[in-house]
Design a protein around this ligand. Sequence first.
Ligand code: NDP
Ligand code: GDR
Length: 372
Amino acid sequence: MKKALITGVTGQDGSYLAEFLLEKGYEVHGIKRRASLFNTQRIDHIYEDPHTNRAQLKLHYGDLSDTSNLNRIISEVEPDEIYNLGAQSHVAVSFEAPEYTADVDGIGTLRLLEAIRFLGLEKRTRFYQASTSELYGQVQEVPQRETTPFYPRSPYAAAKLYAYWITVNYREAYGMYACNGILFNHESPRRGETFVTRKITRGLANIAMGLETCLYMGNIDSLRDWGHAKDYVRMQWMMLQQDAAEDFVIATGVQYSVREFITWSAAHLGITLEFSGRGVDEIATVTAVEGEHAPFVAPGDVVLRIDPRYFRPAEVDTLLGDPGKAREKLGWVPKITVQDMCAEMVSDDLKTAKRHALLKAHGLQVPVSAEN
Ligand code: NDP
Ligand code: GDR
């Protein structure tokens, strides 16, 4: 039985990858952080009580900033494959916590690679690094492919640039099977609530059910190449099953604006929007409501405004990937379209909003988050 170790197992990708590897018969080890509240919601459904002896998902407390902890876990597990998905992954937050982001996203990667080498596992353990389209930042070529020069535009991207190159360096210097998946944005109903797609689907679902009245957004002209996380974790595994380690761009090759994603999400709720005004004065007004999904919304409601708080000190305006190498060499093609993914996310968030609306109707407290 193969053993995999996933950092970031409690995150969006980590949870889908853990499911995928368990289905393939792997023994899956995951590193989770100690938190004052439960933080394993995304993997609770695949977790089995270790006392049953059937459990194939094993969790270890740890942190990418803690060298001795990583050394110990890797030495105990001796994994065949390590997937380094753990990161402070929010671009906007990286401007507020740049040093922490550099430590975890940049040096954290070095800590894992050094642990593999120090423990003499460099011929046994294959290493996947979660690299990102944010490396392209201010884009130097359209579409972006494996050979496109990088130009990071945030502390997050600068940290991931170090992680990218140190992964290449350990491959070249020590003959390790180490590779980068340069993944473009990928989403799902498990996406963190403050990333743009989820903020939109959750916010509009809450508005539809009368739990919120307005969504406050940043740069809605931004263009992204969005795929589904399920399709992308499959590719992470495929990258570690080749004869030789190579880096791959993973993308759909199609690009849309944040404004388009807002329009689709509203349409799934039966809401038609009209955008008016420019820059920070832009608003979205409801022009029609059809069906029964949005009982608390009426024509004339302003459901979206721009808040400059969500603008970034340096923005990545446009990203569009070329997945040609992944398609030709590995036969990978995404199965889920961005429109289907949007529908899935809206429908999931609407279910939650309906549950919360029911609580509210019975005078019970509805969970409100300080995060946005
Ligand atoms: P998430 O933010 O959903 O998950 C990040 C994971 O990293 C969580 O499990 C989090 O733990 C964990 N983590 C954060 N800080 C630390 C730390 N100091 N030590 C150990 N673990 C830590 O990200 P995604 O699942 O979306 O992304 C997975 C990886 O892929 C990340 O590295 C991200 O940067 C990268 N990436 C993501 C893309 C995307 O579009 N989703 C695109 C390209 C790259 P906790 O749950 O406790 O917060
Ligand atoms: P990104 O994702 O920065 O591309 O990084 P995010 O969804 O946060 O932003 C995408 C674009 O939308 C614009 N935007 C807003 N973004 C957020 N979060 N909130 C808003 O209110 C808002 N309004 C407009 C942003 O400015 C941006 O242009 C994600 C992360 O998963 C990274 O870890 C990963 O490496 C990259 O995708 C590829």
